[in-house]
Design a protein around this ligand. Structure first.
Ligand SMILES: Cc1cc2nc3c(=O)[nH]c(=O)nc-3n(C[C@H](O)[C@H](O)[C@H](O)COP(=O)(O)OP(=O)(O)OC[C@H]3O[C@@H](n4cnc5c(N)ncnc54)[C@H](O)[C@@H]3O)c2cc1C
Ligand SMILES: *[C@@H]1O[C@H](CO)[C@@H](O)[C@H](O)[C@H]1NC(C)=O
Ligand SMILES: *[C@@H]1O[C@H](CO)[C@@H](O)[C@H](O)[C@H]1NC(C)=O
Ligand SMILES: *[C@@H]1O[C@H](CO)[C@@H](O)[C@H](O)[C@H]1NC(C)=O
Ligand SMILES: *[C@@H]1O[C@H](CO)[C@@H](O)[C@H](O)[C@H]1NC(C)=O
Ligand SMILES: *[C@@H]1O[C@H](CO)[C@@H](O)[C@H](O)[C@H]1NC(C)=O
Ligand SMILES: *[C@@H]1O[C@H](CO)[C@@H](O)[C@H](O)[C@H]1NC(C)=O
Ligand SMILES: *[C@@H]1O[C@H](CO)[C@@H](O)[C@H](O)[C@H]1NC(C)=O
Ligand SMILES: *[C@@H]1O[C@H](CO)[C@@H](O)[C@H](O)[C@H]1NC(C)=O
Ligand SMILES: *[C@@H]1O[C@H](CO)[C@@H](O)[C@H](O)[C@H]1NC(C)=O
Length: 616
């Protein structure tokens, strides 16, 4: 396994923490004194070694003493090829969203949703990374940025114009390193990538590898043509320059181009840390509570539980940074006395800051597929056949190419066009008008799969990227061991149902276009010819929708005084000193499409805020 060297180079503090558990957890002075005596005090403590957390730990440890605390371990050890090989990105069995999914507690938190009344009463398994790298170690590696209008809306909602696309660009650039496609390896002239190289700036030394697949799936080239045929031409600049709607693109991926392996926050930021001796990485350790001094309302450390069950305390002299993700962060705030006072009181948790917005405003994007048989080859078909699979493995290991080097990559975005839109209810039309003009309502992913007979299937997947339904997450007790309750609220807003029906019709239109008639063998496999009326299409969507795992917004950034705001525009928690939240939970809105670029950007931005305020 290629990445095993990482483990020796990262500073793994697995044995150091002894027992400060003699300290009385209600006595701040005594905890601080004991921690300092034992050397368990830091300038900053980062909770969660995930996507944002490792950016924070890495950047802050350039100038300060930092501990990052992560519940999981190294995914290269715990999940092997499933995590490192791009073509296996979605193949880990535990990524199933079925209620009876095969659990993998080494890699995933095992969150199950509340039953979804507008999605056939299903309970959904919602995977979230529990490993160094967090969900950047599980994701499908799609990298692109949101639209100019989306970031302008963010800036306006939080009254801070540093959040416009042009002002954020330097942080997108500071986090990433771009490599142009290798056309020899892609070897598909009809899938030539178009891009704007000025969207990146490698001179800034960004560690996250952003490149292109070294393989193009033949069926996907036809799905791309299908999407182009319904009025979504290929963008000439790609999806990193602030424009998405009305175009398609072969998109950039977080893949290290040298060996075609996953680039996660662990392989990039953790490996990149300038000064390892300033950073302690505590893996296999849960943070069960943030310690807050009740008199000064100041966060001063964390309560941790190590694998042997020992409970310890660590002290942060400057700040505690919470980066536990869209579900983990609101959960830990509530367990620590920050959240809706009624919920905290119900569970006998002392209230340090009554913030009703903690756990609310959950934005989630759902996806629904349309599939049909095709007569073209596909990567999935190559892998399903033992003879061609052996060749594909060899090609991957020898040349970092072939189907295993790629998680698939053609996507397109649009607002539902007039022809279908005119049929929307006036309520849906006016609700959707809240979104900026360049914010697409649907993302289409053109890809392929294979059926049990080894026949390729062309897939058009529609994702609702302007969802109006909002969910929430809450706790059921004051005990960390009890799982939080996640309610995505799917399709609870009627407009989302209308958009889902229209989006499926658009996928059908694409797959029925004459441009792809020579390869489509029909009849349609999913939803299938029997599903025709709007009611039937909606029932299908409700029965099969899955998350695309882009949950955000559960500790929303906002203006001081806004009852739903949890943090200010630098991630500082309202009502408590020395505590920030930095991760996907503080997005005030889930920007359209795939969020990881914005998570990395946001962490770079807030790390910069912290470093520039302590320097001045
Ligand atoms: C299967 C999947 C596919 C995806 N595909 C894409 C994609 O193709 N493109 C894209 O842009 N986005 C994708 N995403 C979304 C993207 O990866 C996430 O939005 C992003 O990684 C979230 O970053 P984060 O820092 O908010 O949280 P995370 O990266 O999840 O980090 C949270 C970390 O905190 C740790 N933690 C939580 N609670 C505690 C605790 N109490 N104690 C100690 N540690 C704790 C967790 O173990 C985890 O490591 C996908 C996500 C998933 C799950
Ligand atoms: C902890 O401190 C509080 C307040 O000083 C005191 O009431 C309590 O008895 C102490 N508990 C222990 C276990 O020492
Ligand atoms: C807290 O601990 C300190 C140092 O151990 C001790 O001096 C002080 O009396 C304690 N305070 C309370 C309220 O128990
Ligand atoms: C990864 O895949 C390669 C090629 O199939 C194989 O040789 C290797 O043993 C696999 N490693 C792990 C850890 O599964
Ligand atoms: C592109 O791929 C070819 C074929 O594998 C290889 O020989 C070449 O070195 C690659 N180019 C770059 C710049 O990596
Ligand atoms: C693209 O080119 C490949 C050969 O390089 C071919 O197999 C495929 O059918 C072409 N796709 C389209 C849409 O023309
Ligand atoms: C790529 O693979 C080669 C051969 O296995 C190895 O020597 C090299 O270190 C790897 N490079 C990276 C960047 O992982
Ligand atoms: C962390 O919490 C999870 C969920 O409650 C649990 O499965 C795991 O064993 C805990 N890990 C440690 C080190 O206590
Ligand atoms: C418009 O809506 C009606 C009923 O809601 C439906 O029967 C019809 O097919 C829709 N038209 C289009 C173009 O979607
Ligand atoms: C979450 O949302 C659901 C559906 O709107 C609602 O019934 C529930 O009370 C909410 N829970 C919390 C904790 O806000």
């Amino acid at each position: 396994m290629r990445s095993s060297s990482l483990i020796t180079t990262a500073s793994l503090l697995s044995t150091v923490v002894g027992a400060i558990n003699a300290a009385n957890s209600t006595n701040t002075t005594s905890i601080k004194k004991n921690a300092a005596l034992l050397g368990f005090d830091y300038d900053y403590i980062v909770i969660g070694g995930g996507t944002a957390g490792l950016v924070m730990a890495s950047r802050l440890s350039e100038t300060a003493r930092v501990a990052v605390i992560e519940a999981g371990g190294y995914y290269e050890v715990d999940n092997g090829n499933y995590s490192t090989v791009p073509g296996l990105a979605l193949a880990s069995p535990f990524l199933s969203t079925a209620e009876d999914y095969p659990a993998n507690p080494k890699m995933d938190w095992g969150f199950l949703s509340a039953s979804q009344p507008h999605a056939s009463d299903r309970i959904i398994h919602y995977p979230q990374g529990k490993t160094l790298g967090g969900s950047s170690a599980l994701n499908t590696m799609a990298y692109h940025r949101g639209t100019k209008g989306a970031y302008q809306l963010w800036a306006d909602l939080v009254a801070d114009q540093s959040y416009t696309f042009s002002n954020l660009l330097k942080y997108f650039q500071k986090s990433s390193h771009f490599t142009a496609p290798n056309l020899t390896k892609r070897n598909t002239p009809n899938a030539t990538v178009q891009y704007d190289a000025t969207a990146f700036d490698n001179a800034l030394g960004g560690p996250l590898q952003v490149s292109y697949s070294n393989y193009v799936d033949t069926t996907a080239t036809w799905m791309a043509r299908a999407l182009q045929s319904i009025g979504l031409p290929e963008s000439t600049v790609g999806f990193n320059s602030g424009v998405l709607s009305g175009f398609g693109a072969w998109i950039t991926m977080t893949i290290d181009p040298v060996n075609a392996t996953r680039s996660s926050s662990q392989t990039s930021y953790l490996e990149h840390v300038a000064n390892h001796k300033n950073l302690d990485v505590l893996s296999h350790t849960n943070v069960t509570r943030i310690l807050i001094d009740p008199f000064s309302k100041t966060a001063f450390g964390v309560e941790i539980v190590r694998q042997n069950g020992a409970v310890n305390f660590l002290v942060a002299n400057e700040e505690v940074i919470l980066s536990a993700g869209a579900f983990g962060s609101p959960r830990l705030l509530m367990l620590s006395g920050i959240g809706p006072a009624d919920v905290l009181k119900e569970h006998r948790i002392p209230v340090f800051s009554n913030l009703p917005g903690v756990g609310q405003n959950l934005w989630d994007q759902v996806l629904v597929p349309v599939e049909t048989g095709v007569n073209t080859p596909s990567g999935a078909q190559v892998e399903a056949n033992p003879v061609t699979n052996a060749e594909a493995i060899n090609e991957y290991l020898k040349d970092a190419a072939g189907p295993y080097s790629s998680p698939g990559a053609y996507i397109a975005f649009e607002k539902i066009p007039q022809e279908l839109r005119s049929n929307f209810s006036s309520e849906a039309q006016s609700a959707l008008a809240w979104f900026p003009s360049d914010w697409p309502e649907v993302e289409y992913v053109g890809g392929s799969t294979v059926n049990s007979d080894g026949v390729s299937q062309g897939v058009c997947t529609a994702v609702l990227v302007a969802p109006l339904s909002r969910g929430n997450v809450t706790i059921v007790s004051s005990n960390f061991a009890d799982q939080p309750v996640i309610d995505m609220g799917w399709f609870s807003h009627p407009a989302d149902r209308e958009v889902a029906v229209a989006a499926i019709k658009r996928c059908r239109e694409a797959l029925a276009s004459k441009e792809v008639a020579s390869v489509v063998t029909g009849p349609e496999v999913v939803p299938g010819a029997s599903i025709q009326t709007d009611d039937e299409i909606l029932a299908f969507a409700e029965a099969v929708a899955t998350p695309i795992f882009h949950a955000a917004g559960t500790c929303a950034m906002g203006k001081k005084g806004d009852p739903n705001a949890v943090v200010d525009t630098q991630g500082r928690v309202f009502g408590v000193n020395s505590l920030r939240v930095v991760d996907s939970s503080i997005f005030p809105i889930a920007i359209p499409g795939h969020p990881q670029s914005s998570v990395y950007m946001l962490a770079e931005k807030i790390a910069d805020d912290i470093k520039s305020s302590t320097c001045s």
